[in-house]
Design a protein around this ligand. Structure first.
Ligand code: PAF
Length: 306
């Protein structure tokens, strides 16, 4: 399978390395020329769950020379989706599938405004990846990946994606209910990401303190109320227990939002707790804990320069 992975962040770098190791034809696409040059020259280094190993990955800035890909995997931040898909549009052929494993809600819809919705596959992953420096990544958590389409169909290409993940020793499931899936992952991110970003704790520590456990419970409860009013069918009978289980399964992981904060980068808070705040407001129900988490993370972002 000819694969392009967009964005050399933690998840993009890890997947590119694992698929290249599994002997697939992988290109990493990066809009930053200097960084792409560095990755090409130095290669990628993976440490953690799959051992410590170096690998060479073709990293590309110029898209115009590229021929058709079977699969594009979008690993940019949610606030970059529109720009990335617009840039990629010329290399998206009618036979190309585009998979998004990004956090948050709204990415599939944003992509669907620019390219044919039929070619978009959504998904969530509980894989833990930490970017240590450019091209150096820690494989920190082996959670499952689940994919699906908005129309509920399962084209043969989705089974090929499952084989691709399995070849790289990664678990992948296929779902017909992508909305329920994305909301189930949203609830996990609502419970973990802002709290780790504000406390600077790794995921596992959140369930060790009374205070963080209480805030997690309140934020998740508010999100569940919104999901219920929207008649979203969640994957888990006890979503709070699932959030705690993910904390345990990825206990050493520095969440993606904490990684952003530590690098003084914009976070995905608008696409996570921000979604709950906006939708609760529309429904006329309270979401005070999510409001506070949103405001605090925004304040941290706004004060990076101090
Ligand atoms: O955003 C993240 O970091 C991940 O989605 C998760 C599952 C919270 C693990 O750190």
């Amino acid at each position: 399978m000819k694969i392009a992975i967009i964005g050399p962040g933690a998840m993009g770098t890890l997947l590119a390395a694992l698929f290249t190791k599994a002997k697939e034809e992988v290109f990493l696409i990066d809009k930053n020329e200097e960084r792409a040059k560095k990755i090409n020259e130095q290669g990628v280094f993976v440490e953690g769950l799959s051992g410590d190993w170096p690998i060479k990955i073709k990293t590309i800035v110029q898209l115009k020379d590229l021929t058709a890909f079977d699969l594009l995997i979008l690993c940019v931040k949610s606030y970059d989706t529109k720009e990335a898909i617009s840039r990629l549009k010329p290399i998206i052929k009618p036979t190309t599938y585009i998979l998004t494993l990004q956090n948050g809600i709204g990415n599939i819809e944003t992509m669907g405004e620019i390219i044919n919705s039929d070619q978009i596959i959504g998904g969530t992953t509980n894989l833990g990846a930490t970017l240590l420096s450019t091209g150096k990544v820690r494989f920190a958590g082996k959670g499952e990946t689940i994919i699906g389409k908005l129309d509920g169909k399962i084209p043969v290409e989705m089974r090929a994606i499952r084989e691709l993940f399995n070849k790289a020793h990664l678990e992948l499931k296929i779902s017909r209910d992508i909305k329920g899936l994305l909301w189930s992952k949203l609830i996990i991110n609502v419970g973990i990401n802002a709290l780790t970003a504000l406390t600077r704790l790794p995921n596992g520590k959140l369930i060790e303190y009374e205070g963080t456990r209480r805030i997690m419970r309140d934020a998740v409860t508010e999100a569940l109320r919104v999901a219920k009013r929207k008649r979203i069918k969640l994957l888990y009978d006890d979503p709070l227990a699932k959030v705690e289980a993910v904390c345990e399964a990825t206990s050493e992981n520095v969440s993606s939002m904490l990684q952003d904060i530590l690098r003084k980068k914009r976070t995905e808070i608008d696409f996570i707790n921000g979604v709950i705040v906006r939708q609760a407001q529309e429904l006329g129900i309270p979401a005070i804990t999510n409001r506070i988490l949103l405001d605090l993370v925004k304040t941290v972002e706004a004060s990076y320069a101090i």
